[in-house]
Design a protein around this ligand. Structure first.
Ligand SMILES: CC(C)(COP(=O)(O)OP(=O)(O)OC[C@H]1O[C@@H](n2cnc3c(N)ncnc32)[C@H](O)[C@@H]1OP(=O)(O)O)[C@@H](O)C(=O)NCCC(=O)NCCS
Length: 363
């Protein structure tokens, strides 16, 4: 192939935008090349594509993490994404972390979009077994062409992973107040999964807080280490079926984010574990957010010990521990259908700040 035709091919490749097939057809109209030749040359263009003034790239590991985190925190401050995303995505993308998923191929299932000045303005991750689709767009690009490009990429990637089998792509935890994201998803054929309503609730800690009042015959303590894990996992799964496993908790207690003093259990006098409340915070988020935010999640009481005031006492204890560490807002998530938990949280001072829904598209 001559140098000039190679350059032309490269030029054609870099013009591939959101609707790949449309562009291929356009290239074919402009040249006498076969579809096969064009496709081959698109692949040669270093796996990068261009949307208007943006290029997209496969994720290149730690090098890109900082820019993606910057975008996460910008989106969070702009109220375009759910509060839990920054912490969760950071864990997903850190290979040694608790949530790093073996089902994600970081080279192909994660992609980001950059402006020509190098600023990261879009990010997406597709993981069909656990996380579904997560994506970010910088506030100035919300609802525009870039968001459409990201969603097209995610749908194409999903179809590729599923090898043409029909599959549902799920975009989780879309805030009901993010109208731009909702209409972008609708334009791509996603619809709201009405069965799954989630509530994000916050309890400010800089206003009066009740003291925990433990029912007689129970004590609160934190997990003392690996010896407690089997009984702890049995307790959690008795309250929330299949919520965790011994292996997951063993990995969690080895992460830098784990603080043993915030991993609380209520223990009966006979030694039985009866209730739990896990708290934590993301140091990176604390350093950047206007309010210092911590989490009380998950929370639960074994069925045999419910309605004794255990959950109320253990959550209040957790809130005091977070407050003493300088946390200003305690955050948690609860299903819209879980009235018992909502009543408990409201009685402790949590308020709903937004609802969230999953959006799904069958591919
Ligand atoms: C929700 C849950 C944690 C409550 O635990 P608990 O130890 O029974 O709660 P408490 O005894 O401390 O109750 C405190 C308050 O919660 C509310 N509450 C608890 N159970 C309730 C129920 N079944 N229906 C309505 N309200 C309920 C009440 O407001 C209660 O106050 P009251 O004593 O004045 O009525 C428990 O039912 C549970 O583990 N459920 C399954 C797991 C779960 O849903 N976890 C929360 C996920 S976000």
């Amino acid at each position: 192939m001559s140098g000039s035709s190679a350059n032309r091919m490269r030029y054609i490749g870099t013009r591939i935008t959101s609707t790949v097939h449309e562009k291929i057809a356009q290239c074919l109209e402009e040249s006498e090349m076969s579809m096969e030749t064009v496709t081959q040359n698109i692949r040669k263009v270093d796996n990068r594509t261009q949307v208007g003034k943006m290029n997209s790239y496969p994720f290149e590991g730690n090098r890109d993490m900082e820019a993606v985190l910057e975008l996460l925190l910008t989106c969070k401050a702009n109220k375009s994404i759910d509060h839990f995303l920054p912490f969760m995505l950071r864990l997903v993308l850190t290979p040694s972390s608790l949530l790093s998923s073996t089902s994600i191929d970081l080279g192909t299932d994660v992609r980001f979009w950059k402006k020509h000045d190098g600023t990261v303005c879009g990010f997406a991750l597709v993981d069909l077994s656990v996380w579904g689709l997560f994506y970010l767009v910088s506030p100035s690009e919300e609802g525009g062409e870039l968001e459409q490009e990201i969603l097209s990429w995610a749908c194409n990637r999903t179809s590729h992973i599923s090898r043409g089998e029909s599959i549902t792509l799920r975009c989780r935890r879309v805030r009901e107040d993010n109208s731009k994201r909702i209409s972008s998803l609708a334009r791509q054929g996603f619809r709201r999964d009405t069965d799954r309503e989630g509530l994000r609730m916050v309890r400010p800690l800089d206003v009066p807080l009740d003291e925990p009042l433990m029912p007689r015959g129970f004590k609160i303590r934190h997990l003392s280490g690996p010896d407690d894990i089997d009984a702890y996992v049995a307790l959690v799964n008795s309250a929330i079926p299949e919520a965790t496993s011994v292996e997951t908790h063993q990995r969690w207690i080895k992460t830098p984010e784990y603080i043993p003093e915030l991993d609380l259990i209520a223990v009966a006098d006979d030694g039985t574990f009866a209730a739990f409340c896990q708290s934590y915070y993301d140091p990176l988020d604390l350093a950047r957010s206007t309010r210092r935010e911590g989490w009380t999640d998950p929370i639960g009481t074994a069925p045999a010990y419910r309605k004794k005031g255990l959950a109320r006492a253990i959550v209040l204890e957790a809130l005091w521990r977070l407050k003493r560490r300088g946390i200003e807002d305690a955050v948690l998530g609860v299903a819209g259908s879980n009235e018992a938990a909502q009543k408990l949280y409201e009685s402790i001072g949590y308020r709903v700040i937004y609802k969230m829904y999953d959006y799904v598209k069958v591919l």
